[in-house]
Design a protein around this ligand. Structure first.
Ligand code: NAP
Length: 286
């Protein structure tokens, strides 16, 4: 008897992100032509954490390629919450800045939530404020948290039905697990959140049509937890290029699986830039 395992189809974020960035660049050029102003994203980086430095550099490079200006705001690691809030409030009031990205995590001594809340809602292109979360949760216009927004775009691009399907989200962080569950709920999925206190997590995963892994633990979700034919979104990224899902075993069971790298990661940046250009258009009235 053959023991050949089926292999999951990859959900490529790289291809879809390229399409989104092409459209974003065209819209940025149109805005510049009509107003004489290029969309501008402020990138606030506190300290010099190597991963954060790399992420900000990637985002700024993508901005440049899409015709979006970026204003880099490097701040010392020892900055206190009040000074950071003041700096972000200045950017919120600056008419030349259309979107604000505060790269996170910030150093432990800083109140990250207070810093996020200093971002004016109309410039919150990373979707991190409580205003943006509330708008998203109530299905109102606003800016979504970029990784969850990117995940929904991927699911739609691969025509994954959501209505009435069981979705299990592993993780409940404010920027990822929590909002992606709300977006799935808004699309009529039946959503179960799992977290570090969840009992019998594999049994819950086994019942899921759609699994979103956002636990921050390398190769945490094993293929033998999954229901055959499940759609698996791996939001994780760890040194060595592995995600939160054990890809080799998951690929033998899942129908669709996001690759790492090249799945969720590129979508996050594409949504950030798309939302920056949308913010600029709204602020410039075009
Ligand atoms: P986070 O803030 O550390 O949150 C991790 C979540 O996982 C928490 O809710 C935690 O539960 C839960 N968790 C931890 N251990 C668990 C366990 N053993 N069983 C069940 N749940 C567990 O992480 P995050 O910022 O959401 O990021 C999650 C992953 O996504 C990371 O791998 C990160 O690198 C990646 N990420 C990728 C992008 C991208 O652009 N591709 C963007 C952001 C993050 P508690 O709430 O109970 O502590």
């Amino acid at each position: 008897m053959s023991t050949t395992s089926p292999s999951a189809r990859p959900m490529s974020g790289t291809d879809l992100a390229r399409d989104i960035l092409d459209g974003t660049a065209a819209r940025a050029a149109e805005i510049a032509r009509r107003t004489g102003v290029r969309p501008c994203l402020a990138t606030v980086l506190v300290g010099e954490d190597p991963a954060s430095v790399t992420y900000v550099r990637m985002k700024r490079n993508r901005c440049a390629a899409a015709g979006i200006d970026s204003r880099h705001v490097p701040l010392p690691a020892e900055i206190d919450t009040a000074a950071l809030v003041t700096r972000i409030a200045e950017l919120s009031a600056d008419p030349e800045v259309h979107g604000i990205l505060l790269q996170h995590p910030v150093p432990r001594h800083v109140d990250e939530r207070a810093a996020f809340e200093a971002i004016a809602p109309h410039k919150d292109v990373d979707g991190v404020t409580t205003h943006s979360f509330g708008a998203m949760a109530f299905d109102r216009p606003g800016f979504v948290s970029c990784t969850p927004g990117g995940i929904l775009r991927l699911l739609d691009a691969y025509e994954v039905p959501l209505r009435g399907r069981r979705a299990v989200v592993l993780g409940r962080s404010p920027i990822l697990g929590r909002p992606v569950g709300m977006l799935l709920l808004a699309r009529d999925a039946t959503v179960t959140y799992c977290h570090s206190r969840t009992a019998d997590l594999p049994a819950l995963v086994a019942d899921a049509d759609i699994v979103v892994a956002a636990v921050g633990r390398p190769e945490f979700v094993r293929g033998d937890w999954l229901r055959p034919g499940a759609v698996v979104v791996d939001a994780g990224y760890h040194p060595g290029g592995v995600g939160d899902v054990h890809a080799a075993t998951a690929a033998t069971v899942a129908d669709l699986l996001t690759p790492v790298p090249g799945g969720v990661g590129p979508m996050t940046i594409a949504v950030l830039l798309e939302q920056t250009v949308r913010a600029a258009a709204e602020q410039l009235g075009v």
